[in-house]
Write a protein that binds this ligand. Structure first.
Ligand code: MRU
Length: 354
């Protein structure tokens, strides 16, 4: 894959992304220079996946700040806040978006005594750091996750938690990529992931390009694959993890976790610490994005698939009860039950290193 999921072209003041709505048919690189284009790209899932959204938001906010013409800190900060709020309103669930925006704002507030030009320089460094850290976090998740897998394992995954959802490696796909590099012969089952087909369009695309044995299944076929004995582990990503270990991820994840428990298959969630939200006590505190009806009734087929005017329910995410989660694989290692303690310890370890 010789393209970037999400990058900064500072010379041309552009956010560079591959347009994920065009995959797998066409690989189209977009260079977005206007704020409205960046907001639309996040909202319409041209760039998507929790970590990639965070990186895109950080770069987007840096570019907004760079274009502000202001002599005083107060004037600069007013425009910066407006740009931050616009980015924060693009999608509600993936906490990485808010995490990245908060980091960028902290840079501004910590530099208020400095000239505006210097604040802009520091914002550049922070956006670049957020992107670089994502690569390191995903690689570490891959290393920790690979220790839990075996050569020849069948792995079921949902949505896209791969390179296209991050800067490199992915979260749930990182152990698969690292194992593949070492010669492990994994067989991956990619749920198609209705309604937007991130599994069929994106996961199968990136795994197949990397030479990983990949089979696409419809979402309702997971139980059949498990009954056949084809699945030794389920690996998924996350958009937000509550303090008690409840996991918010792409709609359909919770059903998979219930199936995995029934068939005695380990269910692992792979996510960087930037996805953990200790302010959300349980999954009930996580806002779930509702998306347009048309995604369910009209997309991907030549004819609409449901009668015009029929009622539609289209939540983009669901909550998996922490009791169903075998482990949460982070860049600091694997958190296990009780998650209230293990996640807190991992976050404290992270703060101590910062
Ligand atoms: O709506 P999307 O495509 O942004 O949802 C993405 C997911 O749910 C992923 O599983 C999650 O962000 C983990 S990404 C490493």
């Amino acid at each position: 894959m010789n393209f970037e999921t999400v990058a900064l072209d500072d010379k041309n003041s552009a956010l560079v992304i591959v347009d994920q709505t065009r995959l797998p048919g066409e690989v189209v690189t977009l260079r977005l220079t206007r704020q409205q284009e960046i907001l639309d790209a996040i909202r319409t899932l041209k760039v998507r996946g929790a970590p990639a959204i965070g990186v895109a938001a950080a770069i987007g906010l840096y570019l907004a700040a760079k274009s502000i013409c202001a002599d005083s800190f107060d004037a600069f900060y007013r425009e910066f806040r407006a740009a931050k709020e616009a980015l924060a309103a693009t999608r509600p669930t993936a906490v990485n978006l808010f995490w990245a925006l908060e980091r960028m704002e902290k840079v501004v507030l910590d530099s208020r005594e400095l000239p505006v030009l210097e604040i802009k320089r520091r914002l550049y460094s922070e956006a670049v750091a957020i992107r670089e850290e994502d690569i390191k976090m995903c690689r570490a998740i891959g290393e920790h996750g690979l220790k839990l897998l075996h050569d020849g394992d069948g792995i079921l995954t949902h949505c896209n938690a791969g390179r296209l959802a991050t800067v490199q490696y992915g979260t749930a796909l990182a152990p698969i990529y690292l194992g593949h590099e070492k010669g492990y012969r994994f067989r991956v089952f990619a749920d198609e992931t209705r309604p937007l087909l991130q599994g069929a369009r994106l996961t199968a695309f990136e795994l197949a390009l990397s030479g990983v044995d990949t089979t696409v299944i419809c979402d309702n076929m997971a139980a059949r694959g498990m009954q056949n004995g084809w699945v030794q582990a389920v690996l998924v990503g996350a958009d937000r993890i509550a303090a008690n270990g409840d996991v918010c991820n792409k709609i359909g994840t919770s059903a998979l976790a219930i199936l995995a428990q029934h068939y005695g298959i380990p269910f692992y969630v792979c996510a960087p610490t930037s996805t953990i939200d200790l302010n959300a006590a349980t999954g009930a505190d996580i806002p779930i994005e509702q998306r347009p009806d048309s995604e369910v009734t009209e997309m991907w087929f030549e004819q609409r698939m449901a009668l015009e005017g029929v009622k539609v329910y289209n939540p983009a995410f669901d909550i998996t009860d922490n009791a169903l989660v075998t482990g949460i694989i982070t860049e600091y290692g694997v958190a296990r039950q009780p998650y209230g303690e293990s996640l807190k310890a991992i976050c404290e370890q992270k703060s101590a290193q910062e």
